[in-house]
Design a protein around this ligand. Structure first.
Ligand SMILES: CC(C)(COP(=O)(O)OP(=O)(O)OC[C@H]1O[C@@H](n2cnc3c(N)ncnc32)[C@H](O)[C@@H]1OP(=O)(O)O)[C@@H](O)C(=O)NCCC(=O)NCCS
Length: 169
């Protein structure tokens, strides 16, 4: 299975996989209007385009039968969504379509993020995960991540708690 580097030519396919996986992940446990608000404000083409041209970020995707089935976005330097450590690397987004989960693709993407962190000589790799996203938390723990902080986050109008987790490099 190959991991590809995403670029501007992938904009629309990325938007589609981002929207689909977001709804699959957060749709069942959240209000429809909160999920829709997030999608409209954060997963519109303008926002994704801006994030794609950011120099301190890199996007990857996995393709199967001509379809993007999972993707990863990592940030470093000022592109990180929290001011924690200038040299750290953040996994901002890691998503695999539901129908393709449990087959090792998530691990493959995570290992790519670790590769970026090691290449950049980052002290650690970190991420934020919703406290009720038990599957993802179990996945990160299994890969050696530990919780080090909590943080509140607004999904639409709903205030939620995220766990910040990190893995030393
Ligand atoms: C979290 C996610 C990326 C994991 O990807 P995946 O392809 O399903 O996971 P993998 O098949 O690569 O599993 C990798 C490892 O995690 C373990 N794992 C996966 N799900 C698990 C679970 N629910 N509980 C415990 N371990 C789990 C697997 O056992 C596997 O370990 P092993 O290879 O040692 O057996 C994927 O489930 C996903 O996209 N979820 C929805 C989006 C999401 O929540 N993203 C994170 C937002 S912060």
């Amino acid at each position: 299975m190959n991991i590809n580097i995403a670029s501007m030519k992938d904009l629309e396919d990325l938007q589609e996989v981002m929207r689909s996986t977001f709804v699959e992940t957060f749709g069942p446990d959240n209000k429809k209007e909160d999920v829709e608000k997030y999608i409209e404000e954060e997963l519109n083409l303008e926002v994704i385009k801006k994030e794609l041209i950011t120099e301190q970020a890199q996007w990857f995707y996995i393709e199967e039968k001509g379809m993007m089935v999972g993707y990863l976005k990592v940030n470093w330097g000022d592109a990180q969504t929290e001011k924690l450590h200038e040299e750290a690397v953040e996994i901002q987004r890691i998503y695999v379509r539901e129908a393709f989960q449990g087959r090792g693709l998530g691990k493959l993407l995570l290992h790519k993020a670790m590769e970026v962190a090691k290449m950049r000589k980052a002290p650690y790799l970190w991420l934020e995960v919703w406290e009720h996203n038990h599957r993802a938390i179990a996945f990160y723990k299994a890969q050696g991540f530990v919780k080090f902080q909590e943080h509140s986050f607004l999904l639409g109008e709903d205030k939620q708690i995220d766990h910040l987790m990190k893995k030393d490099m």
